[in-house]
Ligand binder design. Sequence first.
Ligand SMILES: Cc1cc2nc3c(=O)[nH]c(=O)nc-3n(C[C@H](O)[C@H](O)[C@H](O)COP(=O)(O)O)c2cc1C
Length: 419
Amino acid sequence: MSAASTDMTVRIGSLELPNPVLTAAGCGGTGRELAPFFDLTRIGAFTTSSVTTQPRAGRPTPRAAETPAGLLTAMGLPGPGVEPFLERDLPWLVDRDVRTIVSVAGNSVEEFAEVARRLRGVPNIAAIEVNVACPNVADRGRMFGWHPGAAAAVVGAVRTHSRPGTPVLAKLAPDVTDIARIALACVDAGADGLTLVNTMEGMAIDTATLRPALTGVSGGLSGPAIRPVAVRCVYQVHAALPDVPIIGVGGVDSGLAALEFILAGASAVALGTTLFHEPGAPLRVLRELEDALASRRVAHLADAVGLAHKPAGYVPPRVLPLPPDLTEGAAETAEAAVSASVSAAEAPGGPSGTRTRPASRTAADAAFGARSGRADGRPGSLEGSATTWEARIAAPARPRRDDAPAPDPAAAETKERLP
Ligand SMILES: Cc1cc2nc3c(=O)[nH]c(=O)nc-3n(C[C@H](O)[C@H](O)[C@H](O)COP(=O)(O)O)c2cc1C
């Protein structure tokens, strides 16, 4: 099936993008650093590092540490400040027709408003993204994004002082009690869309120095480790605000990871940490996402947005025609390939606890498309991908006689050891 057959255009408020793969704030430098790896005009949009009123050196080093499945950073938003940004960095992007989302930050409502005022005169900004994961000096350094009122105050200030017609996005932190409530406050304050999520607070301790690994003690965790948290945030916010466009961020490193966010309710995705080890990843992820959608017979990316919220059996309104080469026999072969790869993953000596990718991604995708096909050529269900592995996870736990908590074996062992 031709990947080009899926319509990949997306809308984020009034902003129309040719495709949904973006870079995340702070991870693509000024754009010049990524330009040798791919043509920046081919992605949906480039997002700048957060811009502040004054130059900032950021935190002293060490300000980054590797953790098992993610990166821990406490950079302190280093940057030249808004003036050099407007003189040097933004013109470089705009002159090359790079769709540019400008991220703004500050430590007070007034600072956010000031950056927005400075940007107001610039016509070619695709959108402004408000980084509410910033410490608020007026509130003992607590993040704006932790509180609906504080988040709304900065978003409202940026909206008021920005050029009318420029979409304003609110970028939220995931480690809050009720992200949908904060999202709603930001939308009420004028946000046209939401970027979900920023890093989540974590900590690592250096066992050689016996001290925190970062000078900032704690830092922001990013990368694959936070993807399930980010997907959950997107899912919850899309459920509460289905008409508000969302950019999903957090551990996107493949087309299927991007698809997860889209199914949860994101209209677009942005790559952050992945860029540090694979700067050319955005175009690979875009290609993989196109293939994944086409093999699932999704004709328009927009139809896949939030599909995971639909009941089983729901059929998107527009589907690609069943490819002629996907005969019943071919479908059975593909199905067998998926089962074989799942069995291999479960075999003794095979990986345990984590799902391995099917041996043949193409076969798996073909199996999905075929399994969901009906005699009339329309898919029966986009939910037909359950494997034996997934079925086992989904199987209800053995019923207990009452609702008493299950005995904790660790506690029992501790008790035994007590004198
Ligand atoms: C080194 C680094 C710098 C970042 N700088 C910013 C920034 O300036 N503004 C912002 O809103 N988010 C910033 N972020 C957060 C990312 O944009 C993104 O939300 C987060 O890393 C999660 O995505 P990922 O797992 O793909 O990296 C930064 C993240 C990293 C790792």
